[in-house]
Ligand binder design. Structure first.
Ligand SMILES: Cc1ncc(COP(=O)(O)O)c(C=O)c1O
Length: 390
């Protein structure tokens, strides 16, 4: 707690919405200040000292983010958000689309990993296929029957932003690659909790949002496999990536920098690198214990239903009550200075797939304590005692 300025400012706040965005530790705020006080210039173009310092800071940050992802720095490009990266991949993947080609997703995807593919499917008359999520275990269901020679893309999340389930995607991705499909992983929810080994996963692209891993918004490292890197054209064009321009065409620089046209969000990139370095020094065992305690306690309350997520889930727990609307529960908690999220969590298909009403999501961060869980449970119980019809 003492490492987070925001909780010194709001000492009574119980923040249980880290899956939406994490708060940043002081070391990240210090890195931001240091960058603007001592390093700031525009990158890759300055022939002066600050331009060089900013470029150095950005390239060092890329290396640290690459280590965090288990990837070579030469295969990590720095994008603005998971949403932006998935949109750009959908628009620019090197595929000659034919009507009837197939894209495989899961029912548990965030809208960021559905809508870009839907738009593409409408444009080229493609088929979208969805992998079931087991309603008892919360695990990824059978996918073998969904893959075929027509599968051109498999794009799935590593962890659910609703239940916290961590999906065993490796066999799926490897099989899809064997069939010649491009494989993409949305690691937005996994990044802060699951050690990433991108080169072992069987993915051609993997992206995460730094703000969900104790960094700032505006930075999303995107890993690209060698084969995708070799074939993917620049997704955004403009300054900073050009080798030669003629009135009608341009040639581009090699390497991951060709995906970074325009002025990057260097401060967010520096902050992201600081955040992931800090993250790897933290002990997350307590967070897993808190999650188990929370799940256990919620399950003791017959008026609540906890969504299944399996044992090795991220510390995100979702539940609903048939008596109270999720939004009303969230408002009640907010009145008691407890921040949770309620609704469909940008995963409407997932809730429809399991025929669920809106759910309340409690997502823990490194700053949460057992006392926070107890306050949450007491406040839920007090609401039940006051408003239930029993
Ligand atoms: C699984 C998942 N994918 C993608 C996103 C979108 O991330 P961003 O808003 O940082 O682009 C989120 C955000 O909640 C998410 O949970």
């Amino acid at each position: 707690m003492s490492q987070f300025a925001i909780f010194r400012h709001y000492p009574d706040l119980i923040y249980l919405d880290s899956a939406a965005t994490c708060h940043v530790p002081d070391v990240v705020l210090e890195a931001v200040q240091h960058y603007y006080q001592q390093l700031h210039g525009n990158v890759h173009r300055g022939s002066h000292r600050l331009g060089r310092l900013a470029t150095q800071a950005l390239e060092q940050a890329r290396e640290q983010l690459a280590i965090f992802m288990g990837a070579p720095a030469a295969q990590v490009t720095l994008q603005a958000s998971t949403t932006a990266a998935l949109n750009q991949l959908a628009d620019h993947l090197p595929v000659t689309w034919q009507a009837g080609d197939e894209i495989v997703l899961s029912w548990a995807e965030h809208h960021a990993n559905i809508l870009p593919w839907q738009r593409l499917a409408q444009r080229y008359q493609l088929q979208l296929k969805y992998i079931e999520i087991d309603p008892v275990t919360g695990a990824l269901g059978a996918w073998e029957h969904l893959l075929s020679e027509r599968t051109k893309v498999v794009s799935v999340s590593l962890a659910s932003n609703v239940t916290g389930a961590v999906f065993a995607v490796q066999p799926l991705l490897q099989r899809a690659q064997q069939l010649g499909a491009w494989t993409i992983v949305d690691a937005a929810q996994a990044a802060a909790h699951v050690p990433l080994r991108v080169t072992e996963l069987g993915c051609d692209a993997l992206v995460l949002s730094a703000h969900k891993a104790y960094g700032m918004t505006g930075c999303a490292p995107l890993y690209l496999s060698e084969r995708l890197l070799a074939q993917l054209p620049p997704m955004v064009v403009g300054g900073g990536i050009v080798e030669q321009v003629s009135p009608l065409s341009a040639s581009f620089i090699d390497g991951v920098q060709r995906f970074e046209a325009g002025s990057p969000n260097t401060v967010a990139i520096v902050a992201a690198a600081t955040a992931v370095q800090w993250l790897t020094t933290q002990d997350f065992t307590q967070l897993q214990q808190l999650r188990s305690l929370l799940v256990h306690e919620l399950q003791q309350r017959p008026w609540l239903t906890v969504l299944p997520s399996g044992e090795n889930a991220t510390p995100t727990v979702a539940f609903y009550s048939t008596e109270f609307h999720a939004q009303d529960i969230a408002i009640w908690l907010d009145q008691h200075d407890i921040a949770v999220r309620a609704g469909h969590h940008c995963a409407q298909l997932f809730l429809q797939h399991w025929q669920l009403p809106a759910v309340v999501r409690v997502s823990l961060g490194i700053y949460n304590t057992e006392a926070h869980i107890q306050r949450l449970l007491q406040t839920l119980d007090a609401g039940w005692a006051l408003f239930s019809s029993d």
